[in-house]
Design a protein around this ligand. Sequence first.
Ligand code: HEC
Ligand code: HEC
Length: 466
Amino acid sequence: MITLLRKQLLACLVLMLIAVAACHRTASAPLQPPAVQTKSFQPRALRDVVFERTPERLARGKYLTEGLLQCFICHSGRDWNKPGAPPVANKKGAGHIWEDRPWLVAPNLTPDKETGAGNWTDDMFARAIREGISHDGRVLHPQMWYGSFRSLSDEDLASVIVYLRTLPPVHNPLPKTNIPEERKKTLEAPEPLVDPVPQPDLSNAVKRGAYLARIADCAGCHTAWEAPIVPGFYAGGNLIERGKEKVFSANLTPDSSGIGYYDDALFISTIRTGHVKARKLSSLMPWIVFRNLNDDDLKDLFAYLRARRPVHHVVDNTEPPTECPACGQKHGYGDRNSKKTVVPVSVDTRAYADYVGRYRFDDGFIVTISTGNNSIAGNNPSGSNNPSGGNNPNSGNNPGGVTNPNAGPHLFIQFGNDPHKIELLPISATEFTAADIPDVITFERNAQGQVTHLLSNVDEVGKKIE
Ligand code: HEC
Ligand code: HEC
């Protein structure tokens, strides 16, 4: 779950123009943000576990590995001459050297003893997949998506490993990853997973879809993390490149500029065929593996996307690129968009005192909420400057030329250890956001009226600890 919050932190840092290590986006490789130094943990010791090989696990593992989790999109060579660039069949899982970063190698996962994973234990796999530590104890590059795989339940993880062990061994000698020193310094070991990870809440379509979207990291590609302005979660505009091919990811929110006009049938046919009606999708969208999902899972994914907050951001890769005021980049139909604004509404700011505190997410990530009298000038990079320099406690900052109608205290958010405070503005009685974060935040109260949790628009939940 950490992934989205950390990426959010990254989005703020980028907006603040603080230098962060360069990100790379490549074909098989949607943008993963540079690890933002928050806290580094000691990897846990390996355990002596062997996951029982059952037919149910084998089937579930194959389904996840060859579908939603995209393992072979990265751990195999791909045939770019075929639609969707499928993994090369007889080299499935046999590893792959990154084209634009030859020092990065997705290793051979097949059980070949000499060049593959034949000698690795089940727990070496488990720790690598969810906790980002290689079989020999090194922190893995986040291009391996352990950030999103972290949410895999214990049973799904066991299933993936049971399946991987049945792959035909492929002899494929590859060099070892050799991360440049500068980049290595910024890599942090994630917090080890010591508690059981139960099956997620699967009680309704939106919740089931949330789990699927999280472990597939749809938001990783479909949110413009690195753009000068992040229009919103799932609002598209993330530049994905492979050689000369450049595409911007699509807006997947239920806005008219996103998938507002989709229904179940169109969503399923898009993912299954790699075509939206007659238009062919770029092979950089991994529909080639998502097409292996069954109808029920695709419907759940769609239900989850439909339940997101609509964001207006037209992105059309078939049109010539034009300046986009919503994300600050140049992409097809960029000129059809307007600057992101946050229009604050009147609320009872006395409630702010209840929100103040520290909130802890599953993986240890901390978000701090505080109040203050002064709003922060320049908080909103897309909006106009606050002429009052943020010293006027009553007018608040001035996002995109709109005045905060609220007298009284202002509300602020901080991500991780970042000392920078971002002012949150109320956009309804219960929802808060800022122009420079893609999220919308709400606070949850218990039956006694005490604030107990902070909720993000992508279903991440932070528990109030102070
Ligand atoms: C977006 C690309 C990508 C995806 C998707 C991906 N991997 Fe990886 N994986 C990598 C890269 C790159 C590395 C090597 C990182 C390094 O060496 O620092 C890696 C490393 C690993 C390792 C560590 C091997 C070791 O040295 O101990 C394992 C195990 C692994 N991946 C398994 C998987 C499985 C299983 C899946 C699907 C659930 C998967 N990967 C999906 C890119 C990916
Ligand atoms: C590796 C990056 C990547 C990942 C991961 C990814 N997408 Fe995409 N997706 C793209 C890109 C790029 C496009 C735009 C392709 C184009 O315009 O040709 C796209 C387009 C789409 C479209 C077509 C939208 C339209 O009408 O134009 C849908 C639907 C979609 N993605 C759904 C998903 C879902 C659901 C997930 C997660 C299960 C997902 N994507 C994960 C990169 C990605």
